[in-house]
Design a binder for this molecule. Structure first.
Ligand code: IFM
Length: 448
């Protein structure tokens, strides 16, 4: 790969540069009573989709080391930090009694950010549903919409003097698809009968949650973040092009379009008609979110081919490994122009006035040698993707900021600790932090 060199001066002065993390991937505290159990704690202990059980542990121990991590962000000259609140830390049983120690913890974190001149951008739901709620059906239970709104109310009331930037949900397609359709993420359920109600209730919660934030904090900046990938046909045939349309409806349109008032993409995915079973009068309107911005999360492009063996979709992805293209440790193709294409696609909705790239990054097999991690592959990745974002800014698309995934190596879901995405290397046996060369590269780029 021969990356272009992005030029910081070509971005507006008020362009937002940041780093992202999430509570379940960094905080820890699963077993010390500082929070209630989440569906991920239980899923990990079951060990169903891991080669072995990964007992929920301290991950990156952000719970105790948040000052050290925020100091690193400060040292790197980064002024925006996207993180999430753990629902089970605020409401250990998901509803009812509030855990004051949890509120106090986040108040200390946000205070410390603000004291360092770092703006917190806070995701309310990054996949860690309280386990007690899953026992009542989790997202498949329509009551989840009200459970979520009650939790949102506690968060806004508790933190609105410290936090203005809110993201209601992180990647609703991933936690409903991987968690309730294919079962490779918590809570490990499978099939359309779980997936469709979960997806509908999560999107209703997103719509209602966004309006609730607005009513409690009118000056808030509100959005949600959506996973998305550029899609291209494997063969230049009508069949593969039609497969791309169906895959686009699933991967890129299904979650955002109802929130924008465009409804579900039923024409491309007729199986979505079954959502009628979960719909109640007024839902179409309630799905519409009150967003100031949309978070685009792009890592890769996918190549799609028609397949009659894939139920409902008739399409499948052709892995990067089979296509002789460069890819990351996750097996995701390195294809910088995909970020440009997704910014362009999401900008084409007239309802979307502002976009932030809320996640972009790469996992590689990093080596700590003599106290250094020389991750040139990650630097090349960022150069390529940030250059494409520069092109999007130049071409007038309303992209206003960019957050690297991730600040530190962390718990990468079903991949556990095998995948390292951080600008900061973590030795998980000692919790020692080492800034990788990509971290220094990002700092120097921001200083330009
Ligand atoms: O680690 C995840 C994150 O939680 C959500 N977006 C993708 C990242 C990399 O897989």
């Amino acid at each position: 790969m021969h990356p272009e060199q992005p030029d910081r001066s070509k971005f507006p002065n008020d362009f937002i540069w940041g780093v992202s993390t999430s509570a379940p991937q960094t905080e820890g505290g699963a077993t010390d009573g500082s929070r209630g159990a989440s569906i991920w704690d239980e899923f990990q202990s079951r060990g169903l989709f891991f080669r072995k059980k990964i007992e929920p542990g301290i991950t990156c121990d952000f719970l105790h080391r948040y000052k050290e991590d925020i100091d690193i962000i400060h040292q790197l000259g980064i002024r925006n930090f996207r993180l999430s609140i753990a629902w089970p830390r605020i409401l250990p049983d998901g509803k009812g009694k509030v855990n004051q120690a949890g509120i106090d913890f986040y108040r200390r974190v946000f205070d410390y950010c603000l004291s360092k001149g770092i703006t917190p951008w806070v995701t309310l739901y990054h996949w860690d549903l309280p386990l007690t709620l899953e026992k009542e059906g989790g997202w498949t239970n329509r009551a989840s919409v009200e459970w979520f709104c009650d939790y949102v109310r506690v968060c806004i009331d508790s933190f609105k003097d410290q936090v203005r930037h809110w993201m209601v949900m992180n990647e609703p397609l991933v936690f409903t698809g991987a968690g309730y359709f294919i079962g490779v993420h918590a809570p490990g359920r499978r099939g359309m009968n779980h997936f469709l109600p979960a997806l509908h209730h999560a999107l209703l919660a997103q719509g209602k949650g966004s309006r609730l934030i607005r009513s409690l904090q009118p000056e808030a900046m509100i959005g949600s973040t959506f996973s998305c990938s550029q899609l291209t046909p494997y063969n230049d045939t009508d069949n593969d092009k039609a497969a791309v349309q169906r895959m686009d409806a699933l991967l890129n349109r299904l979650m955002i379009e109802p929130a924008l008032g465009l409804g579900y993409p039923i024409a491309e995915l007729p199986v979505l008609k079954r959502l009628e079973n979960s719909m109640q009068p007024g839902d179409e309107k309630d799905l519409i979110a009150d967003f100031d911005f949309v978070g685009v999360q792009n890592y890769t492009r996918e190549v799609v081919t028609a397949s009659r063996w894939v139920p409902y979709l008739g399409a499948k992805l052709v892995p990067a490994k089979k296509r002789a293209v460069p890819y990351t440790e996750m097996g995701w193709e390195i294809h910088p122009s995909s970020i440009y294409e997704m910014i362009k696609q999401f900008s084409s909705y007239p309802q979307v006035k502002k976009l932030f790239v809320t996640e972009n990054g790469a996992s590689f097999r990093d080596q700590l040698v003599n106290g250094q991690v020389d991750d040139q592959n990650r630097i090349a990745y960022f150069k390529g993707y940030i250059s494409q974002m520069q092109k999007a800014v130049h071409d007038g698309f309303p992209v206003k900021g960019y957050f690297v995934w991730s600040l530190t190596d962390n718990f990468e879901w079903a991949e556990a600790y095998k995948q390292r995405f951080g600008l900061v290397y973590i030795d998980f046996s000692t919790q020692a932090r080492t800034i990788k060369n990509s971290g220094y590269w990002y700092t120097n780029f921001l200083k330009q």
